[in-house]
Ligand binder design. Structure first.
Ligand code: 15L
Length: 268
C-alpha cells in the first residue's frame, strides 16, 4: 500500500528530479511531475503537468489533490538576484500559497541546501540549531524558504521538512564531498521517513549520508528514524588517486560551502 495518494515533484526534469522520479515511485499511488519542459512521456502511475513557479494560478491547479510535495524546483546554484528572486523567493511564496489554499494541504519536503551554512569553516561541527551563515544569494534564498516554511507551519499548520542537501550525486567527486555527500539511496530513504512519520511539524534536516568525515549532527530529528546507509569514506582512495588535493587556503578546502564562498555577485 503506498503511503501517499498523490505525490507532486516540482523541478522534476532536473538532475535530482529525474532520480526522484524513479526512486520515489513506491511511495505514492500517483506521481504528478511538474517542470517547465523536458518531462517526456508519462509512465504508468505518472501525471505530467507543465508549469512555472512564477505562475500562481497554474501552481494552484498543480498542487490541488496532492498529499505530498517534494519541492526541487527553482534555481539550484548561485545566480543574479533577479534570477534567484523569481525562482526561489517569489516561486516558493507561490508554492506555499497554493498549498494553503488547497483542500489537501500536502506535507512538503523543501530542497534546502548546505549553502544556508556555507561560510562555517570545515573544522566546525553543526547541528540543526546552529545559526545560518549563507554563502551567496542562493544560500540566502534557501534561508528564506526555511523561514517561510516556519511561518506557514506556525500560522496554518502546514508541515515541512527543509532538507539542507549536501552534495547529492551518484558518488562523491572531490575531497569536500567526503563530508557533504548524500547518496541517492539515502535521500530516497529520508524522503520515505519524512512522509511516514505521523507528525512532522516543521524541521530542518541535514541531507548527508553517514560520512565518517561529516560535519552535521541530525540528532534533533532522530524521531524520523532515518539511518543513512552509505559513507563517502568508501570512495576516499578513488578520490585520492584521481582528484588533485586543493590548496588548504582555497575556499573549497576552507569552508563548508566550498566554491560557492568564492562566487562573485552575479549580474543579469
Ligand atoms: C547545492 O545546493 C547545489 O544545488 C548543487 O548543485 C551542489 O553544488 C551542492 O549544493 C553542493 O554544495 O555540492
Amino acid at each position: 500500500m503506498p503511503m501517499l495518494e498523490k505525490l507532486l515533484i516540482t523541478g522534476a526534469s532536473g538532475g535530482l528530479g529525474q532520480i526522484c522520479r524513479q526512486s520515489l515511485k513506491p511511495l505514492a499511488r500517483t506521481m504528478r511531475l511538474t517542470a517547465r519542459s523536458g518531462l517526456g512521456e508519462a509512465g504508468e502511475g505518472e501525471e505530467i503537468v507543465y508549469g512555472s513557479l512564477d505562475d500562481a494560478a497554474a501552481l494552484a491547479e498543480i498542487v490541488e489533490g496532492c498529499d505530498g510535495i517534494v519541492h526541487l524546483g527553482g534555481q539550484a546554484t548561485e545566480a543574479s538576484w533577479e534570477t534567484i528572486r523569481a525562482a526561489n523567493i517569489d516561486g516558493i511564496v507561490n508554492l506555499y500559497e497554493a498549498v494553503r489554499l488547497s483542500t489537501t494541504k500536502p506535507r512538503i519536503i523543501f530542497a534546502s541546501s548546505n549553502h544556508t551554512i556555507g561560510f562555517y569553516p570545515q573544522n566546525q561541527r553543526l547541528d540543526t540549531r546552529s545559526p545560518v551563515r549563507p554563502d551567496g544569494y542562493y544560500g540566502v534564498s534557501k534561508v528564506f524558504g526555511e523561514a517561510l516554511a516556519s511561518m506557514y507551519y506556525d500560522k496554518f499548520g502546514i508541515e515541512t521538512a527543509s532538507v539542507r542537501i549536501g552534495s547529492c550525486t551518484a558518488e562523491p567527486e572531490n575531497y569536500r564531498m567526503l563530508s557533504t555527500w548524500l547518496s541517492h539511496r539515502d535521500f530516497a530513504q529520508l524522503i520515505a521517513r519524512i512522509f511516514a512519520v505521523p507528525v512532522l511539524g516543521c524541521q530542518v534536516i541535514y541531507g548527508a549520508s553517514a560520512n565518517s568525515a561529516g560535519w552535521w549532527d541530525n540528532s534533533a530529528v532522530s524521531f524520523l528514524g532515518w539511518q543513512p546507509q552509505d559513507n563517502a569514506e568508501a570512495y576516499r582512495a578513488k578520490i585520492e588517486q584521481s582528484v588533485p588535493r586543493p590548496d588548504p587556503d582555497a575556499p573549497v578546502a576552507k569552508y563548508q560551502g566550498g566554491v560557492f564562498c568564492a562566487d562573485p555577485i552575479f549580474k543579469e
